[in-house]
Design a protein around this ligand. Structure first.
Ligand SMILES: [Ca+2]
Ligand SMILES: [Ca+2]
Length: 100
């Protein structure tokens, strides 16, 4: 995965489908209310250092970072320092089984 995505992700990271539901039960900053968009249970988190930290007050999307060591998570959002215009790329999972 690193070799495939690292050229684009090295600067900004990539959203991994993990987000903070600001209206969901259990929401609190910075660690409460995180969910997978797929609805799958949370069995692992990979936050780096002091993340999630809700820097600037609106970091609600988890991104995979490659610039500070491979594959650790950081919460990002429009209030993040250096947040790129146009947002960050995302990684999605896709079922390759043919439809029945
Ligand atoms: Ca947040
Ligand atoms: Ca952060």
């Amino acid at each position: 995965m690193y070799e495939t995505f690292s050229p684009q992700m090295a600067q900004v990271g990539a959203w991994i489908g993990f987000y903070q539901d600001l209206e969901g039960s259990g929401f609190s900053e910075p660690r409460g209310g995180w969910k997978w968009i797929s609805g799958e249970p949370i069995t692992f988190t990979g936050w780096t250092g002091q993340e999630p930290n809700n820097q600037g007050g609106a970091e609600d999307w988890a991104t995979l970072e490659l610039s500070n060591g491979c594959c650790e998570w950081n919460d990002l959002g429009p209030t993040s320092g250096g947040f790129p215009e146009g947002g960050v790329p995302g990684i999605s999972e896709r079922d390759l089984a043919p439809p029945i």
